[in-house]
Design a protein around this ligand. Structure first.
Ligand SMILES: NC(=O)C1=CN([C@@H]2O[C@H](COP(=O)(O)OP(=O)(O)OC[C@H]3O[C@@H](n4cnc5c(N)ncnc54)[C@H](O)[C@@H]3O)[C@@H](O)[C@H]2O)C=CC1
Ligand SMILES: NCC(=O)COP(=O)(O)O
Length: 336
């Protein structure tokens, strides 16, 4: 198996120090990876953490990457300006974007088995005309021309030890959510989630739950009609295709311990409906994974952490979990 590619994320955030720490503390359970970003910035992050300077193998093209456990390979993407932890600078936006592009190219070229992205600050990238709400949509764009036999995403899933939650809408303003929820969209997301649970998570007969949109899942149409007109019909059509999908359930009662035992993944209808429960339960060890793409991509569940960048307190658990999940998914796909 080829190593994982790790894109650097916003250099003013905690991504550099997470990569430096995990490399310095690597053990037999750490999947092999190389870093796509600025080598000097990674060294500076190591120094700020008080770690020994890592031995680096800096290359300019993915075919020169060597993974030997002694040297960290860096696929070079130089910054325009030295980073200041906690103070993102749009001048480095192009390099941040280029690191993602090079990471994807490495996977596409067969030099990496999957991509793990470190966090970006979307607002900073928009200053460089980054026309995408996040990685998820950008990665879809970068892989559109790749063949893919199954239902095509992207769908954002956050996966933690006791909860997997996928989103029917991703970076959508709340005021637009209801308009964007159609039967077709929810059914399509349901298929992507079902196929991913089988293919990428090894769950043969996945059980999928669907959140309602309205309080009490609409109370039989008395507090909103989306459940009756959109969500339940989508669930019916998925059941018609053989998927185990229940009708919309009250979202406020879907995430407690007992409820979570009744499904393998739950589809939330908008970003915070799904991310609040998973980040409450699993902030340290959940992984953001993009479903329905021809490449495997994971990420830590948290953002750039500008308030703590450079202070040496950022926890690497979620990044470690993202490496582990990407490696497992890539292995499953390779075996299939
Ligand atoms: N995959 C990605 O690229 C993601 C990027 N973001 C971006 O991150 C930026 C900041 O977003 P926020 O909402 O502030 O979320 P955040 O996750 O960066 O920070 C929220 C809080 O959690 C703490 N925190 C985050 N990661 C931590 C870690 N590993 N160890 C210890 N504490 C940690 C931070 O210090 C902060 O107090 C935004 O620009 C957003 O777009 C947010 C989520 C995912
Ligand atoms: N809140 C998670 C998030 O926004 C991550 O977005 P993406 O960059 O993975 O698309």
């Amino acid at each position: 198996m080829k190593p994982l590619a790790v894109s650097m994320g916003d250099p003013a955030g905690i991504g550099l120090e997470l990569a430096a720490r995990v490399w310095a503390e690597r053990d037999g359970d750490t999947p092999p990876f190389f870093f796509v970003g600025d080598a000097d910035a990674l060294e500076r992050a190591s120094t700020r953490l008080g770690l020994a300077t890592p031995a680096l193998n800096v290359v300019d093209s993915a075919d020169k990457i060597a993974v030997d456990g002694e040297q960290l390979s860096i696929l070079s993407v130089p910054l325009a300006m030295e980073e200041t932890p906690g103070a993102p600078d749009p001048v480095n936006a192009d390099a941040t974007i280029a690191a993602i592009e090079k990471g994807v190219a490495a996977v596409r070229a067969g030099a990496a088995s999957a991509l793990v992205t470190l966090p970006i600050a979307k607002a900073v990238l928009h200053t460089a005309d980054f026309g995408f709400p996040g990685h998820t949509e950008f990665l879809d764009h970068l892989t559109q021309d790749m063949p893919w036999q199954q239902a095509r995403g992207p769908v954002m899933m956050l996966a933690g030890p006791s909860l997997k939650v996928a989103l029917a809408t991703i970076h959508t303003p709340l005021a637009l959510v209801s308009k964007q929820l159609t039967r077709e969209r929810i059914a399509h997301v349901g298929r992507i989630v079902g196929e991913a649970l089988r293919r990428d998570f090894g769950i043969e007969a996945p059980r999928i739950a669907l959140c309602g949109l309205n309080p009490h899942a609409g109370e039989e149409g008395n507090i909103g009609r989306e459940e009756i007109e959109v969500i339940d019909p989508a669930a019916r059509s998925l059941r018609g295709e053989g998927w185990q999908v229940a009708d919309a359930r009250s979202a406020d009662a879907l995430f407690h311990d007992e409820a979570r035992k009744t499904y393998d993944a739950v589809i939330a209808l908008y970003h915070d409906q799904g991310l609040i429960p998973i980040k409450t339960l699993h902030f340290w060890d959940a992984v953001n994974v993009t479903l329905g793409l021809p490449i495997v991509r994971t990420s830590p569940d948290h953002g750039t952490g500008f308030d703590i960048a450079g202070k040496g307190v950022a926890r690497a658990d979620s990044f470690r979990a993202a490496l582990k999940l990407a490696w497992e998914m890539a292995q499953r796909r390779a075996r299939a």
